[in-house]
Design a protein around this ligand. Sequence first.
Ligand SMILES: C[S@@+](CC[C@H](N)C(=O)[O-])C[C@H]1O[C@@H](n2cnc3c(N)ncnc32)[C@H](O)[C@@H]1O
Length: 306
Amino acid sequence: MDSKETADEFKGKLEMMFSGAFSCLKIMTGLEVGLFEVLSQFTEPKSYVEIADAGKLKPRYNQCTEEDRSTVYLYGRKFHGVSPEQYIDFASHMSKVSALSVDHHLITYIEQIDGLTDMLDAGAKVLDLACGTGHTTIVMAERFPKSTFIGGDFMPKQLDVGREMMKERHLSNVTLQQLDVENLPMEWTASFDFILCHYAVHDLGNPEKGLQEFHRVLKASGFGLIVDVNLHSKHSDNKQNHFSNIEYGFSESHCLPASLWFEGGWGLGVGWGVEYATDFIGSCGFEVKMIENGHTVSYIIRKRNH
Ligand SMILES: C[S@@+](CC[C@H](N)C(=O)[O-])C[C@H]1O[C@@H](n2cnc3c(N)ncnc32)[C@H](O)[C@@H]1O
């Protein structure tokens, strides 16, 4: 750090360096899948579908309506995405990222929901969907000892990391279990007072199925909280936000290929954006209130006509 630099200037410089590194990765991916050769054949502007067809690439977001959304991730992965299990270091990486952000913010986000803190203080039944290593589950369980928590994810290795954390912290109000968010146990219908899904809806193979299950297992009087990245759905609206390039880069390296790996995977990625997310979550039977918190966004949801 230059002695004349302010902390904010230094932070900005670091962000630009990260952003540049992700641009390099994206250019390398483009080279690897032949994107630039395909583009060089065109003399006129083409849609993402035409470019994908010409390069035999996978046009993601083909289930969404807005063409603009597809341009950044056009190359995605050439064939079928990448199995989540192939990301061998993902559990420890995500756990560190979660520790940095969740420890500071999660309880604040919960406190933004009228009536929820009282409910959790009194003792409620909570589900943390796609909890990864369960860092979020554990932070909530420590803060609300009278409530009981189930954290679920389909990656056993991540849950094992969480179980170690639980032991270290002597927590008895948490269970971490392997499950598929898109096929939750039938006996869970209408049984949770609060459901969290932290940075994971965009990773699901079929987010619609995941949200339908979320809706089914939430009590009529219950609260839901979906936390995600704060970006606009239309990529060009994020031009001024240089953090978006970092988010897209991270998403292109993990979220997108992991979701596309599933048969018919949607590949939303973090760039699904607040406008589309609000409409989509609403279309799954929820009332949605969106709160922006810097780089993250909270979707506070309740069952419609509760
Ligand atoms: C970006 S991580 C977020 C983990 C955690 N919520 C956090 O914030 O640290 C996304 C998680 O979704 C999980 N996941 C994706 N699809 C799933 C599914 N159908 N069922 C259960 N877990 C799933 C992955 O295994 C991964 O742990």
